[in-house]
Design a protein around this ligand. Structure first.
Ligand code: NAD
Length: 345
């Protein structure tokens, strides 16, 4: 049997815990795992593109556990009442190859993306960025989780938001004001970022969009750019990317999918884990630090293992009958057609 966490069970579990505390714990778990980055098998995700969007498989393993996530990215979906991103994932035991845990990952992706962005803010921002409001460009499915992670890690309570869809801003205001956070809706990105320290861009459009122009930024900032995550799908002005000190998850994947698609292939970038592990110094002199995030398999590995530790032995997981296990492992036929079924007792 394989332990399974459904959408409904995850929803119920999250309603029993403090989301901020959970995101702090997840961020710590990501930080610890980024320190042992070199123990992991690193491969860019396998992407299947179509005119509608993309469907991706994101695998990795550390020689003890293997994990993969199935995830899509379909910006047109919200127009017909569907989500841009849905996902599920699996952890398996490397020694036997047997899956041990399967979970919904649409919500888990939002959690790990928020915890990863907050971790990037921790290592790449400057203290003066954290005393100011956070600008959110894009108020969609990821937005609340981004705000709550930054509240939990840094105490940020003021958010300046721009989205082309006024209803998305109203939704964010409604959800965050219930948690005591202040959300101001602004008519443009330039206005949203004016007094901000940290900036998060998280918009969805399957093209090279510019949601933040270079001349929108006249001060020092840390940017978490999350929405540009496919070939031909970027969010930032190339001039802004060009003048930023750029950090990425896994360079080989980000060259294909991130904002740095817009730069020469030998442009300077640093993988975030190198800063977290102490191999490289945190940035000090740069005016703009940019975390060009596309989402990497190790983040999914971490959130799946984190949730498995928390949920195993609780009523929020159930067993699913996913693996055929004949009593005689060589008699799969007898297991299916034999009179006793031949299942392991
Ligand atoms: P969503 O569709 O729920 O929200 C996107 C929001 O962006 C919408 O409210 C839309 O109105 C707004 N928007 C679109 N164009 C805009 C523009 N020019 N200016 C301002 N707002 C604009 O999507 P989501 O689930 O919140 O995801 C957002 C993006 O983040 C997607 O592109 C997704 O692929 C990406 N993503 C990245 C990661 C990562 O790890 N880096 C993880 C999850 C999602």
């Amino acid at each position: 049997m394989v332990a399974f966490c459904s959408v409904e069970n995850l929803r119920q579990y999250l309603n029993t815990v403090d989301l901020g505390e959970l995101l702090v714990g997840l961020s710590t778990s990501l930080e610890e795992t980024f320190k042992r980055w070199e123990e992991f098998q690193l491969i860019p995700r396998v992407a299947s593109h179509s005119t509608y969007g993309v469907i991706e498989l994101m695998p990795t393993q550390d020689n003890q556990r293997y994990a993969f996530k199935y995830v899509n990215g379909h910006p047109i979906n919200t127009k017909v009442g569907r989500q841009t991103v849905v996902a599920f994932g699996v952890i398996a035991d490397v020694e036997t190859g047997y899956p041990i845990f399967m979970s919904e990952m649409t919500v888990l992706t939002a959690l790990r993306t928020a915890a990863t962005a907050a971790l990037a803010t921790k290592w790449l921002s400057k203290p003066q960025h954290l005393d100011r409001p956070l600008a959110l460009i894009g108020a969609g499915a990821q937005a609340e989780f981004q705000a709550i992670a930054h509240k939990a890690l840094f105490g940020i309570t003021d958010f300046r938001v721009h989205d082309t869809d006024p209803d998305a801003v109203k939704k964010l205001q409604r959800n965050l004001s219930a948690l005591g956070l202040n959300v101001s809706g602004l008519d443009s990105s330039a206005e949203a970022v004016r007094d901000a320290g940290v900036i998060t861009t998280c918009t969805a459009d399957k093209r090279n969009a510019v949601v933040l122009h270079d001349d929108d930024l006249v001060a020092s900032h840390h940017i978490n750019a999350l929405g540009g995550d496919c070939p031909g799908k970027t969010e930032l002005d190339a001039a802004l990317v060009n003048r930023s000190d750029v950090y990425v998850e896994f360079e080989a994947q980000t060259r294909i999918e991130g904002e740095i698609q817009q730069l020469p292939t030998d442009s300077d970038v640093t993988e975030l884990w190198r800063v977290i592990s102490g191999e490289m110094q945190s940035p000090s002199g740069s005016e703009i630090t940019l975390f060009d995030s596309v989402g990497f398999a190790i983040e999914d590995f971490v959130v799946l293992n984190f949730m498995y530790e928390r949920l195993a032995q609780t009523s929020f997981v159930s067993d699913i009958d996913l693996l055929a296990e004949p009593a005689d492992p060589k008699d799969l036929f007898g297991f299916v057609y034999g009179s006793s079924g031949g299942a392991r007792g």
